[in-house]
Design a protein around this ligand. Sequence first.
Ligand code: CP3
Length: 436
Amino acid sequence: MSAPVAAPAAAAPVPPPQPGTPEFEAAIVATLSAPAKWSEGPFSNGTGPNTLPVLDTASLTADTPFPALKNDLFLRTARGEACERTPVWCHRQAGRYLPEFKETRRLGDFFTMCRTPRIAVELTLQPIRRFALDAAIIFSDILVIPQALGMEVLMKEGVGPVLPAPIRTPDQMSRLKKREEVDVKSSLKYVFDAIRLCRHSLQGTVPLIGFCGAPWTLACYMIEGGGSKSYTQARRWLFAHPAESHALLSLITDVLIEYLVEQVRAGAQALEVFDTWSGELTQQCYDEFILPYVRKLAAEVKAQTKAQQLPSVPMTLFPKGSDSAATLRAIAQTTEYDLVSLDWATNPPEARAAVASAPRSVGLQGNLDPAVLYCSEEQIRAHTRKMLDAFGTGGRLVANLGHGMLPDHPLEGLRVFVDEVHNYSPNLCKQPAQQQ
Ligand code: CP3
């Protein structure tokens, strides 16, 4: 009888190479020069699969002009101009639902990806290569701002963001850098480098959106130390320490103003402010602790870009969960955001009526329930049409999800949603806007 053959030992997982090493550089080069493996999809951007490589930084200087924009539907809609079709893109379109995203993410941890411009650009381009989207959003995260303020932020697999030393009490604010100690241009240079490289690499296919988290949403993570069910500790701050809450929100706002202006200088063609946890507050707290800061953010970014002769870029606010008519009216009447992004629970006709109360024209973005993308093709098409109909005729809408793409979303769901917006919206855009 022959001796039993020992089962081969399971191969130990190979740790990703360390940033800055030749192995890491080789892994990036291998990733960026991978053959066209991911080639399904309609590609009605006219670019075709993998025809948008991450360009070689060596071929670009700071004054290389950006390529002309070929698809300006998103920018025209944001500015209130008439469009022949509703533009469409999705929050978290660069994400784990894409197999190529998961493969690229194996190169290192989340924030290493954010800090490596060529990889951030690769991740930004992946959904643009595959779907007929009308805008790209730079791959990064809202939590790079707490990092720039001196906090440690980790992204834990299966958990989400973790801030090991949160600011639980006002005296712990002394751990944060003072405004004058935060060097936005150097500490967040990797974001600006990624934006510049991405503008070139997009080759004018679609505009590039830059973004940040809103002051309150960032404060939530900084106080709680991570995600939370209802941000009780952060809400407690507003009642227990109102003066210190204002100090913290002011500090974050002032850093964000410079951060967004620098994104525009780097080449961002639009900006979105994500206020994911704004719906957790009472109306009074919204008016006192959110509204003045998001208002100042838009006003200052617009004033400073103008004063510095930078392009004037449209700004979107995503006040998730804050769908009361009073809040939407206040945003439309007292801030300078060009678009308000709605979550799926907001009723489009009511939102239209609320923003119509402002003397200026305010557009809307949204708001398909992301759960629809799990349904059959026919159901996705029907619900997309219902959503577009609910926003009414005449345009001034950017189609998007009511929140973001989820890791288990089927690719086909997004393809069908985008396709239905392409098919169905031209007829709605042709008709005059309905009176509210
Ligand atoms: O495609 C894009 O939208 C651009 C990139 C982007 C990311 N995060 C990448 C990301 C954007 C715009 C964000 C914004 C962001 N980050 C928000 C506001 C928008 C929202 O969705 O509410 C918030 C609250 C965060 C904080 C954050 N980052 C959380 C709560 C998580 C964990 C989520 C999870 O599912 O694990 C992240 C991680 C993150 N940011 C991922 C991506 C693609 C997934 C994690 C990974 O790739 O490892």
